[in-house]
Write a protein that binds this ligand. Structure first.
Ligand SMILES: Cc1cc2nc3c(=O)[nH]c(=O)nc-3n(C[C@H](O)[C@H](O)[C@H](O)COP(=O)(O)O)c2cc1C
Length: 389
């Protein structure tokens, strides 16, 4: 591990290293949100306004961060969530991040728009692999991807429901990544100022290999991915159909309301994933953390609840679990690590979060994940548990 990566004290330090290493368009693709980025900031604010009411004089000399997510063991309550275009951060970025997740003992969710084949990821990681499935207008393509995931031995499918159309990500329009990856001179000059990135990442020509394989030879996959391939007519009947087709674990990602969570449970999902897509879709949507108390009150105990958006500290993980989540999902945190230093950087991000989570357990008087209960957390200023407010 390089000294810089090794010495990174927190996720923000990795973010700053990544920002220096990467051309601006590649960094902004990860770092940015939609429109005014209110929801992006709101995700952090949801964690920051919570405070701990720690228990004192508890013997915490022996602690255990491990847990079960979807019935299988995980080293701590986190999943490495799906992020597209990891190949822009580091050559073979999906493989690097998947290996980091497996080494850390966490499940890895690959994106539909990943740049490594499903089959290769399953084989290379020997960790827990989940496939995030966007649903295409051409349903056969989604079906074939899901069948491939089953054949390769993927553990879970995640249907992402918060993408009926793309959020307006203005940083990407400014850089020229959107709408058609036609870079203006300013972006091109900025890319040339990062020769290492050009020689490693750009030379490898990252591609949406999984979608490309399904589209067949000669198809313009970039145009396909860029121009509304995702089906805005996706609805509950589709979820029911996926439930019938896929026998493994099924998660619905993009839920922010108790009534939707109830409906998903009614259709037999194995978990709901509270998310606003990291503030990249509907700006001014509430955060997963804001939705958590109402969803847990409605369906907690009946299904697995995962929450994401803004997790940058191990203490954030403790807050989410205390309020009823089985685990958090990590979006940008490991991707900043990836951009900073490939697999080693992603591993460092996961190591930082595990270490901070373990410290939070000790400092709140908890020996294990099961000790994290709602009375440990309060909204800022008040003394009542956040779960009841
Ligand atoms: C660069 C990037 C790419 C993403 N790509 C996908 C994707 O392909 N599919 C998906 O369901 N979510 C995607 N997301 C959303 C993440 O899975 C997750 O919901 C979100 O990043 C969590 O917020 P955080 O980044 O603040 O941790 C992406 C997020 C980022 C930052």
């Amino acid at each position: 591990m390089s000294k810089k990566i090794d010495g990174a004290l927190n996720i923000d330090a990795l973010r700053i290293i990544a920002k220096r290493r990467l051309p601006r368009f590649a960094f902004d693709y990860v770092d940015g949100g939609s429109e005014d980025e209110e929801t992006l900031r709101g995700n952090r604010a949801s964690f920051e306004r919570l405070r701990f009411r720690p228990r004192t004089l508890v013997d915490v000399s022996v602690r255990d961060t491990s847990t079960h997510i979807l019935g299988q063991p995980a080293a701590f309550p986190a999943v490495v969530g799906p992020t597209g275009l990891n190949g822009l951060q580091w050559p073979d970025g999906d493989m690097a991040i998947a290996r980091a997740a497996a080494t850390a003992g966490l499940p890895f969710a690959m994106s539909t728009v990943s740049m490594s084949y499903i089959e290769d990821l399953v084989e290379a990681t020997s960790g827990r692999l989940w496939l995030q499935a966007y649903v295409f207008r051409e349903r056969e393509i989604s079906d074939r991807l899901i069948d491939r995931a089953a054949a390769a031995g993927c553990e879970a499918i995640i249907i992402t429901s918060d993408f009926p159309t793309a959020g307006k990500r203005e940083r990407d329009f400014r850089s020229g990544l959107l709408p058609k990856q036609e870079f203006p001179l300013r972006t091109k000059l900025n890319i040339l100022r990062h020769p290492k990135w050009v020689l490693t990442v750009a030379r490898n020509k990252p591609r949406f290999v999984n979608v490309e394989r399904e589209l067949g030879p000669g198809a313009n996959v970039n145009a396909f991915v860029g121009h509304g391939m995702f089906d805005p007519s996706l609805d509950w009947d589709d979820l029911a159909r996926f439930r019938e087709r896929w026998r493994g674990k099924l998660l619905l990602k993009g839920v922010l309301r108790a009534d939707d969570a109830e409906r998903a449970v009614g259709l037999g999902v194995d978990g709901v994933w509270l998310s606003n897509h990291g503030g990249r879709q509907l700006d001014r949507a509430i955060s997963g953390m804001e939705a958590l108390p109402e969803v847990v009150a409605a369906i907690g105990g009946r299904t697995t609840v995962i929450v994401d958006g803004g997790v940058r500290r191990g203490s954030d993980i403790a807050k989410a679990v205390a309020l009823g989540a089985a685990a958090v999902a990590l979006g940008r945190a490991p991707v900043y690590g990836l951009g900073a230093g490939g697999q080693a950087g992603a591993s460092r991000a996961l190591e930082i979060l595990r270490d901070e989570f373990d410290r939070t357990l000790a400092l709140t008087g908890c020996r294990s994940v099961g000790d994290l209960t709602a009375d440990l957390v309060t909204g800022m200023g008040g003394s009542s548990p956040a779960a009841s407010t």
